[in-house]
Design a protein around this ligand. Structure first.
Ligand SMILES: Cc1ncc(COP(=O)(O)O)c(C=O)c1O
Length: 393
């Protein structure tokens, strides 16, 4: 019999399965585990949004919507971005509704990269970027910039060095702020300085702003403000309205660029589920400040977890966005983060994510998500304290 598996897409078999999911499955089998691994809010979707989804079903919104998304949702998203962040996109031609930012990333990578092109990724960063199969297909190269020695922020100097090294091959710069996994947020001045490095060059800036509503210490800043014509902006309802399961994101870009990206979306998705678009429209239109109570709760948890971890000897940059803390494993404990997470979960029943999952600069760190109830955070800290006492050499 022919071994068909050997005739599949080259490189696919070597593409790693998501190690975060593998560990999460392992940890879930421990009955009383405290999980700091979640990448989604532990809140429910607001009721008025749920009602909009139900109404969409009852009103027989059961047909294909326009491929770029319903006009209602595109308009609501455009108005939300304009009112909240001063970002200007024409809903008729510059907003595309996607299956979450996950699809926005795939579409953009496929639409912008050619064989030999370089995609620049400041790391540690959300693993989706390094594992995106669009890159495998495009024949482009990923160049990582390790930010761990710069408080987890890309600097203009390091970006400039990469441009000098790779020259015209650089086509796409990936930016995510507030950042997963570090929770770090850039100031507007920092984003402007990075924009200056690539301004007027044939380089797109993919700006993943999915955590824009979860900024604790400053208003949201955006590269769109200083580099509108080169930015491909991504946002969505997953995090700010606790709607990860609804699977609705948006991609915004200048008209000519968006038209090309939309062709990829048409080919892989056609259009998003119509009642889910109704729900997302309600979120953007009538839920402008829905994230505020959740944000206040996250901020409280951040402070408790940050203080607790620091006391236990975990060195971490204080995060000012999203719901993650990236912590260095204290000296005297297992320094291989992949081994550390299994040892910690086996002995202390505390689950965290290995820093190496987020690529260069992540080794020796672990990510704590505080999308976990306060009593769980306190319990987790107690168990960690005992673990550190018993295992530190
Ligand atoms: C930085 C970042 N981008 C995108 C996503 C995925 O977003 P969506 O649910 O809209 O696909 C996540 C989810 O964890 C994320 O952390």
């Amino acid at each position: 019999m022919v071994e068909l598996i050997n005739y599949m897409k080259k490189g696919l078999a070597d593409a790693p399965s998501n190690p975060i999911l593998k560990f999460s499955d392992y940890a879930s089998k421990i009955p009383d585990v405290v999980k700091f691994t979640l990448g989604e809010p532990d809140f429910n979707t607001p009721d008025h949004i749920k009602e909009a989804a139900k109404k969409g079903i009852d009103d027989n919104h059961s047909h294909y919507a326009p491929s770029n998304g319903t006009m209602g949702l595109r308009t609501a998203a455009s108005e939300f971005l304009a009112k909240k962040y001063g970002q200007k996109y024409d809903p008729a031609t510059e907003v595309l509704v996607t299956t979450g930012v996950t699809e926005s990333i795939f579409d953009t990578v496929v639409a912008t990269l050619n064989p030999g092109d370089v995609m620049v990724v400041p790391t540690p960063l959300f693993s989706m970027y390094m594992g995106d199969l669009g890159i495998l297909n495009s024949g482009a190269e990923i160049v990582e910039i390790d930010t761990s020695t710069d408080n987890f922020k890309l600097t203009p100097e390091k970006l400039q060095q990469v441009l000098e090294q790779y020259g015209d091959r650089v086509r796409l710069l990936v930016m995510n702020y507030p950042t997963n996994p570090t929770g770090v947020m850039y100031s507007q001045a920092e984003l402007d300085a990075l924009a200056d490095v690539i301004r007027d060059k044939p380089i797109f800036a993919l700006c993943d702003e999915i955590y824009s509503e979860l900024n604790y210490d400053q208003p949201h800043a955006s590269m769109e403000k200083s580099l509108h014509d080169q930015v491909i902006l991504m946002n969505g309802v997953s995090k700010a309205w606790a709607m990860t399961g609804y699977r609705i994101g948006i991609t915004c870009a200048p008209k000519e660029i968006l038209e090309q990206i939309a062709k990829v979306h048409q080919a892989v998705v056609t259009t998003e589920p119509t009642p889910m678009q109704d729900a997302a429209e309600e979120a953007f239109k009538n839920g402008m400040d829905d994230a505020q109570p959740m944000k206040a709760e996250f901020q409280k948890r951040r402070d408790i977890l940050y203080n607790g971890l620091t006391k236990l000897g975990f060195d971490c940059v204080k995060p000012n966005g999203a719901f993650y803390i990236f912590a260095k494993i204290p000296a005297g404990l297992e320094q291989d983060d992949n081994k550390f997470i299994y040892d910690l979960v086996d002995k202390a029943h505390v689950a965290v994510t290995a820093g190496s999952c987020f690529d260069k600069g992540g080794a020796g760190y672990v990510r704590f998500s505080y999308a976990v109830a306060l009593d769980q955070i306190e319990e987790g800290l107690k168990r960690l304290e005992k673990y550190v006492k018993e295992n530190k050499k």
